[in-house]
Design a protein around this ligand. Structure first.
Ligand code: ADP
Length: 542
């Protein structure tokens, strides 16, 4: 017997056409480099994305050609998300926070043919241009000076293109639409290539009510860079449902984000924990008597904030809830599109008290549909009992099974076809994943594991602490011991004894307490804004 269903490929083009037809009057707001706001309607977005597709075809783009982007979060980057695949190309988002040599290496490895770049990022482009030659460089002009003679003006190309006569490039659902390199904490960065199919499935699944809970009525503020795992896929979801988008452009400082939230109050915002740590500190400081920012900001009441990319401290969740904002934690990786789990109040927890809800919200969450997840220990699959710990391995239609143009990676994939995430976790009976560490960050003291994540979260719960990162230092007797690097809030401090007391009160055993506390000015950040423990290990080798 054969199915009677039509053989219609899953396609991003459908989402773009749908947005143009159904949501033409909805708005996309972008903050420009000069901090002014530019508004486009979805109707304009639809025309401009098609015009970009048309312009790229006129420049000779062929099916599967890579078009790199070096852009902040704004409307033109969104046009690339849809216009490049519409023309049959593959959007390759370059991470502008990497070293120029690394960006050049990545562009060369991906064999990027064209580049779309913000005018204000041209100086960065010039620093790696010698490492890889793009055939054409399309400059998005934001008033940062004239478009150089050896480049094309993005706006002029769009103005000259014909969106009405544009025809989508024929494609199969497995054709690539986008690629993204992992940050390469071990060895060279590796490319992950997403398809129409994987992207559409990920968008549908992540948007569900229990997970992102995305609706057309939402106002979405993506702080997560569009070069970081496609801003977690949120731009695709917003376009699918016609949600209003508010892009912050290059202005990601807490005060800038708070200002933007007053101008265009979001109902859903997304970013890594360090963004929200900075934001809540600036916000709470503004509420102190005598603050120069008194009365300037109010957090949007009822806003949901999707936070992931690193563990979210319970203290952060509680702090935002005090101000009417609920944090939804998600876990995933560039390799997984990225959403694998999200913490949401399952039906079984509806009557749970607030402490239990906070505790659950501080977990990575429950696997989304289509993601198979297992916990592997040395002796095979671990039970989902909330206590047994092992490496998380995942499998599914939006999880990468290999890397672009590299030899097989046996240490990243199991022989039976699962992705090895390198994250260590337990899963409980309700399916809540609790990440204890990355394999390489675990602290092994006297044969027992200590979770650096648990210690950090407990230290950050101290009212004087702004941020904390815990690393392992070698120890002659115990093998490794924890060292806590602590950043205090301005004008605040705590003694090691006070911090120890805080940890003991939270249930840590004495042997698990850090051997030392080092006070630092700031926790170093990776290119995606996460705590960069490698740098701390270099700074505190012993
Ligand atoms: P990288 O951090 O290497 O640039 P990704 O952005 O793909 O790459 O990050 C994936 C990693 O981030 C995961 O393997 C995990 O270690 C960490 N991570 C993501 N979300 C969470 C979370 N909610 N809790 C703890 N760790 C997380």
């Amino acid at each position: 017997m054969r199915t009677t269903m039509m053989d219609v490929p899953l396609s991003l083009n459908h989402l773009l056409e749908r947005a143009g037809r159904l949501f033409g009057g909805n708005t996309i707001v972008s903050r420009l480099p000069d901090k002014s706001l530019r508004r486009h309607s979805y109707a304009q977005f639809h025309r401009r994305a098609r015009a970009l597709g048309s312009a790229l075809q006129a420049l000779g783009l062929r099916r599967g050609d890579r078009v790199a982007t070096l852009c902040w979060n704004h409307h033109a980057h969104l046009e690339c998300y849809f216009g490049i695949p519409a023309a049959g190309g593959v959007m390759h988002t370059l991470n502008l926070r990497l070293a120029p040599e690394e960006i050049g290496w990545i562009a060369g490895h991906a064999q990027d043919r064209f580049l779309v770049v913000d005018d204000i990022l041209l100086p960065l482009y010039r620093r790696f241009a010698h490492l890889h030659r793009f055939e054409r460089v399309l400059v998005v002009p934001f008033g940062g000076g004239p478009v150089p003679a050896d480049c094309d003006d993005y706006e002029a190309l769009l103005a000259a293109a014909d969106p009405d006569g544009f025809a989508y490039a024929p494609h199969a659902e497995d054709d690539p639409v986008a690629m993204c390199y992992t940050s390469g904490t071990t060895g060279r960065p590796k490319g992950v290539v997403y398809s129409h199919r994987s992207t559409v499935l990920h968008t549908l699944v992540a948007s569900l009510a229990d997970f992102w809970g995305l609706r057309g009525a939402d106002v979405v503020l993506p702080v997560t860079p569009m070069f970081h795992a496609n801003s977690w896929g949120m731009p695709y979801g917003a376009v699918m449902l016609g949600a209003k988008l508010v892009f912050p452009g290059p202005h990601l400082h807490p005060e800038d984000l708070l200002d933007l939230m007053q101008q265009e109050p979001p109902t859903l915002a997304l970013g890594v924990p360090t963004i929200w740590l900075g934001l809540i500190q600036a916000y709470e400081a503004s509420l102190e008597p005598g603050s120069p920012h008194a009365g300037r900001w109010r957090l949007p009441q009822g806003m949901r904030s999707l936070v992931g990319g690193a563990a979210v401290p319970e203290s952060l969740i509680r702090a935002f809830d005090r101000h009417g904002v609920w944090i939804l934690q998600g876990w995933g990786m560039t390799e997984t599109s990225p959403v694998c789990t999200i913490s949401y109040p399952r039906a079984e927890l509806r009557d749970a008290g607030m402490d239990e809800r906070y505790r659950r919200a501080a977990m990575a969450g429950v696997p989304v549909p289509l993601v198979d997840l297992r916990v592997r220990g040395d002796d095979g699959d671990q039970p989902w009992d909330g206590a047994s710990v092992g490496e998380i391995q995942v499998r599914g239609p939006f999880i990468t099974g290999s890397y672009h143009a590299v030899p097989a990676e046996p240490e990243k994939f199991t022989p039976d076809g699962w992705l090895r995430t390198g994250d260590v976790a337990s899963v409980d009976g309700l399916g809540f994943v609790r990440i204890t560490d990355r394999t390489k960050d675990l602290i092994k003291s006297g044969g027992e594991w200590i979770s650096s994540v648990d210690l950090e979260n407990a230290v950050m719960a101290h009212p004087a602490v702004a941020e904390a990162a815990v690393i392992a230092i070698p120890d002659a007797k115990w093998g490794e011991r924890p060292l806590a690097c602590v950043v205090f809030k301005p004008g605040r401090a705590a003694t090691p004894a006070e911090l120890d007391a805080q940890l003991l009160q939270q249930g840590f055993a004495r042997w698990q307490l850090p051997d030392r506390y080092e006070v630092i000015e700031a926790v170093p950040r990776t290119s995606t804004g996460k705590f960069w423990k490698l740098r701390l290990r270099e700074r505190f080798p012993a």
